[in-house]
Design a binder for this molecule. Structure first.
Ligand code: SAM
Length: 284
């Protein structure tokens, strides 16, 4: 089943948190000259036009990046320094002008790549894969596969660079995908224990997340950090109320950086009902 299309959701509050965390991790990898690999298991198309009818239909970006973009202009003084590189990856796509294009995770990553780095992208959707190919046409630092993201990941580890980030961002259309993530981490960590793994998750049914976390805890892996931003309290009604990233082997500064950034994001995106947390699922 491949009915999920990220165009409906691009730039929403969940993308904002995901891509900020992704940018911070990539920044930390750039602290050393040694090359790194960025591996994206569920890539999407790489760039989203927020004037597209699908974006306009849901208007999700208006409650996400559009609010942060306005806050950035209105509240320059309190803008956390550490979100600059994320905002820069958006500015690049828009030539520093009005917000129209939003970068997907591959474009956020590409803005960070140096000559010595590379990225691996997988996208299975028959309509989205060609768009992704087109986005990175003839880019020699980018390899793109129309394959199951988890299979390609398993076959790619350990990477020759021995340092890098894996972003796992499935659509979670099926309950089984939460278990697939745990299996993928178990297999990947055996092959490459020192890699950084960032798993995105939506809070639609809190139980699914609790089960996934329990599964991850059972793997005997240390250093697992949970980062979450909610826009409203958990509910039994339909819809995503929060989202987060679970990061295995996070860079040492990530916890403090997110503790500084999340209060600002909450104020910018959901001042009345928002909530956030940064917690160790498994400490060092
Ligand atoms: N990571 C993207 C970003 O942040 O811009 C968004 C990805 S979106 C949440 C999930 C993507 O996974 C969709 O584009 C979907 O077509 C793709 N997908 C679904 N099943 C997949 C699979 N088994 N392997 C690879 N991609 C898959």
């Amino acid at each position: 089943m491949l009915s999920y299309r990220h165009s409906f959701h691009a730039g929403n509050h969940a993308d904002v948190v995901k891509h900020i965390v992704q940018s911070l991790i990539l920044n930390s990898l750039k602290q050393k000259d040694k090359p790194f690999v960025y591996h994206d298991t569920h890539s999407g198309v790489g760039r989203y036009d927020l004037t597209h009818e699908w974006s306009e239909k849901t208007g999700e970006y208006k409650q996400g990046i559009a609010r942060l973009w306005s806050a950035r202009e209105a509240d320059q003084q309190n803008l956390p320094e550490d979100i600059q590189s994320y905002l820069e990856s958006i500015s690049i796509l828009n030539n520093g002008e009005k917000l129209r294009y939003y970068p997907g995770s591959p474009r956020v990553a590409r803005a960070h790549l140096r000559d010595q780095d590379r990225m691996v992208l997988t996208e299975l959707h028959p309509a989205d894969h060609p768009l992704l190919e087109q986005e990175f046409h003839r880019d020699r630092q980018v390899s793109i596969y129309k394959e199951d993201g988890f299979k390609r990941l398993k076959g790619s580890l350990p990477p020759k660079e021995r340092r890098g980030l894996v972003l796992i961002d499935p659509p979670y259309e099926l309950a089984k995908e939460y278990r697939d993530v745990v299996t993928a981490i178990a297999q990947s960590h055996k092959r490459w224990a020192t890699g950084i793994y960032a798993i995105w998750y939506p809070v639609v049914n809190r139980c699914d997340i609790e089960d996934m976390i329990e599964g991850l805890e059972g793997l005997g892996i240390n250093k697992i950090l949970q980062i979450e931003l909610g826009v409203s309290p958990d509910t039994n009604e339909r819809g995503m109320t929060a989202s987060g990233m679970i990061v295995i082997n996070p860079p040492w500064k990530l916890e403090s950086q997110m503790n500084e950034i999340l209060p600002f994001l909450k104020e910018a995106i959901a001042p009345a009902t928002g909530h956030f947390k940064v917690e160790w699922i498994v400490p060092e």
